[in-house]
Design a binder for this molecule. Structure first.
Ligand SMILES: Nc1ncnc2c1ncn2[C@@H]1O[C@H](COP(=O)(O)OP(=O)(O)OP(=O)(O)O)[C@@H](O)[C@H]1O
Length: 336
């Protein structure tokens, strides 16, 4: 759906050059809720602004829905841009216009007839839960309601992609949760691919299926959100994950005759009495070294570090049983 190939963006200011993006390769598939996380200055805004061509790459290709944007004529670019909606941290609403006018603005600018605009605005306001606020002005709304207006406006021209630039950073945690739930509905019900940038790992945890971690214009780690939370590789990723859950860096001491394994348990396997079965079925003694519960995209994952002791063959058989129950078993190296 979206591909960045070897994309570099260099800004020149007062004879100084800043490399905001340095050789970025990224693929975002149709249906993804793709999160880009990084500290201030990492290059997130630049990256998202390349996708709708608010910025042009210094080198490299940006491809959206099969079209390389650099090869397009201005009219073709306008066409592609219509397929991309965007929402902002500070909502960017016209304060002097009503909610309805704000939502209908893209359609008014596209010259759509009045009755068509009115019908679509009513539909959009109902979708975002503001059916009775069309005549209000932005100053009469809460932050969460303003973002709902921003979302309705972004959906007005039926985009295939929604870009979210720190869309919940100005909102309290409860309102953030309700806006994230709305974004998830937009992804599922309207089949819209979502790309969001954030500096909050909790946003990624709540709704993203994939994530890229950025630092100094580079993507330092990228993958399924689940894997990034369970096994963060890069130090920056670990620091972000640490903001919402504990990571124990202490290695587990190995004792002769024992195996230390890490189990990742989710879905049906959570209902399996697997610890209970290791002793009677395999003659294994188990000791729970660490335990943690993680939620990613509302999926519960239990992470356990176990010491297993018994006959070597029995330990292998016990591990084979755990795997057959759908549990991921890893030889433990460092942490939960
Ligand atoms: N228009 C511009 N002109 C010059 N430099 C820029 C411009 N836009 C961004 N930069 C620089 O590019 C780098 C990346 O900035 P960018 O805004 O993409 O990062 P970010 O991760 O979105 O940060 P933040 O979360 O603070 O918005 C920074 O060093 C920034 O100063």
């Amino acid at each position: 759906m979206i591909q960045l190939r070897n994309v570099t963006k260099v800004y020149t200011r007062a004879k100084k050059t800043i490399t905001a993006l340095d050789g970025i390769n990224l693929q975002i598939d149709k249906g993804d809720i793709f999160g880009v996380i990084g500290y201030s200055g990492a290059g997130k805004s630049t990256l998202i602004r390349l996708i709708n061509y608010l910025e042009r790459p210094t080198s490299g290709d940006v491809e959206v829905d099969g079209l390389v944007l650099g090869d397009r004529s201005p009219s073709q670019l306008r066409e592609v841009k219509r397929e991309i909606g965007m929402i902002f941290q500070h909502f960017n609403l016209l304060e002097s216009r009503t909610v309805s006018h704000n939502v209908g603005m893209p359609l008014i600018l596209a010259g759509k007839p009045k009755h068509e605009v009115e019908a679509r605005v009513a539909e959009l306001l109902a979708f975002v839960g503001l059916e009775d606020r069309g005549a209000s002005y932005p100053s009469e709304l809460s932050g969460g309601q303003k973002q709902r207006v921003g979302i309705a406006r972004a959906l007005a021209s039926n985009p295939k992609i929604l870009l979210c630039d720190e869309a919940t950073s100005a909102l309290d945690p409860e309102t953030t949760r309700s806006i994230l739930a709305l974004l998830q509905r937009i992804n599922r019900e309207l089949n819209i691919t979502i790309v969001l940038i954030t500096h909050e790992m909790s946003v990624i945890q709540e709704i993203c299926n994939r994530v890229a971690v950025m630092e100094n214009g580079h993507i330092v780690e990228e993958g399924r959100a689940l894997d990034i939370f369970l096994r963060p590789g890069h130090q920056t990723t670990r620091n972000f994950v640490r903001t919402i859950m504990s990571i124990d860096d202490e290695p587990v001491a190995q004792v002769d005759g024992e195996r230390v394994v890490r189990l990742e348990v989710l879905g049906d396997a959570l209902g399996e009495p697997f610890i209970d079965r290791l002793k009677p079925d395999f003659g294994l003694r188990t000791h729970i070294e660490r335990a943690n519960t993680v939620y990613v995209q509302q999926t519960k994952i239990l992470v356990l570090v176990l010491r297993l002791s018994g006959e070597p063959g029995a330990i292998d058989a016990g591990i084979a049983y755990l795997e057959s129950a759908g549990i991921t078993v890893l030889e433990e190296s460092a942490d939960v």
